[in-house]
Design a protein around this ligand. Structure first.
Ligand SMILES: [Zn+2]
Length: 382
């Protein structure tokens, strides 16, 4: 029975290996065919084939069985290969793509090819463009930020909206460029919607409020301190809470003050006035059915800032997940198992890693999870 199972698995592995070999063979053949096609197109170009067939280049491309885009790309690379024979080898070994080569074509010179060509191996077209934007014609690499070209495809009415946006942004007779309008729109959107920026603003507001509270507290406390023989006062603010270091003739004490609380506890010892912080700690009895309030905005913001808006999942090799999109708030100890809404119990997770944990912990299927995720009040962006 078991032997039979292994044999089955062995056959499966054999089939897999065969398929991989077949794919490699086919793709090598494909690269070869493309190179042959490029050489043919160069020859046809030299013979003015399109004109002789009384066709526009576009028509001629279709006549040859290529899309217009393929036709122009292959012709362009063909021209490049005449001046830069090393490109042929790169294409044979599939180290780069026609798109990458076409993207850097206007920047490529005999003087910079040693720098530029290796830089476009195994990268995306966007990366190739970015790299090329930093290379000078004589082969220097500029120490400046890469630029990337972006193409927008808009409908007529969308384009009218872009024009309208230009009018709105225009100021003092200065007409903004398309880039400026798009960048302004992105900036406005991030200011309004980026959880990281929102969190930073909220924290700044809290700090400001805390500082004001300390200022007013200081004057109220000063008199009492003089009466009690204290000789100094140091104030520090942290988000939300106010701490006062009280230096007295017999040592240092601390007062923590929360909003709306009497500052001096008349029953406290002279050297150590401690007022309990009255921040709500929602530790309800461990019950599957306990109601789940929304996570306080203040806590969410603190978690967001602490985790830098990025998924905190770390793999076995210690590398952290780089995801900053579709970020959700995850409870280290799950709510249904008694976990609370405190910042210590919360962490940022991307949707995939949040699902992974939930599946592992609760044995949910993805469908179950999606259902509960949509109902969760704690998630960002909803
Ligand atoms: Zn992640």
């Amino acid at each position: 029975m078991l032997a039979h199972k292994y044999e089955e698995l062995g056959g499966e592995m054999k089939r897999l290996a065969d398929l991989v070999i077949e794919a490699r063979r086919l793709h090598a053949q494909e690269h070869n065919l493309v190179l042959q096609s490029i050489r043919l197109l160069v020859q046809l170009g030299n013979l003015n084939a399109a004109v002789n067939h009384r066709m526009s280049p576009e028509k001629f491309a279709q006549y040859l069985g290529l899309s217009v885009d393929q036709y122009y790309k292959r012709k362009r690379v063909g021209q490049m290969m005449r001046f830069f024979p090393e490109i042929t080898g790169m294409l044979e070994r599939a180290e780069t793509t026609l798109s990458n080569l076409v993207a850097i074509a206007p920047k490529l010179t005999q003087a910079n090819k040693e720098t530029l060509l290796p830089g476009i191996k195994g990268v995306t077209k966007r990366e190739a463009e970015g790299f090329a934007s930093r290379i000078t014609p004589d082969g220097q690499i500029l120490d400046r930020e890469e630029t990337i070209q972006l193409t927008l495809t808009l409908t007529k009415s969308q384009f009218a909206q872009l024009d309208r946006a230009k009018e709105v942004v225009a100021a003092c007779g200065h007409n903004p460029s398309n880039e400026q309008v798009v960048l302004k729109a992105v900036d406005d959107l991030l200011t309004k919607r980026d959880p990281m920026q929102k969190a930073a603003r909220a924290m700044a507001r809290l700090d400001q409020k805390a500082r004001l509270e300390v200022n007013s507290s200081e004057s109220r406390v000063a008199q009492a301190l003089t009466d009690s023989g204290a000789i100094g006062l140091e104030a520090s603010t942290r988000s939300g809470a106010v701490g006062l270091q009280v230096l007295t003739s017999s040592g240092a004490g601390t007062i923590s003050i929360a909003k709306g609380q009497t500052i001096l506890d008349p029953t406290g010892a002279r050297t150590s006035w401690v007022a309990e912080c009255n921040q709500p700690k929602s530790r309800l009895p461990q019950d599957q059915q306990r109601p789940r309030p929304a996570i306080a905005a203040k806590v969410k913001h603190a978690v967001y800032i602490r985790d830098q808006g990025q998924c905190t999942f770390a793999g076995a090799d210690g590398r952290r997940c780089s995801s900053k999109g579709m970020i959700e708030i995850d409870h280290k100890t799950m709510w249904c198992r008694g976990g609370d809404h405190s910042a210590e119990n919360l962490q940022l997770r991307c949707r995939m890693h949040n699902q992974l944990t939930a599946k592992k912990e609760l044995g949910l299927t993805s469908d179950d999870y999606v259902k509960t995720a949509w109902q969760r009040p704690g998630a960002f962006g909803r």
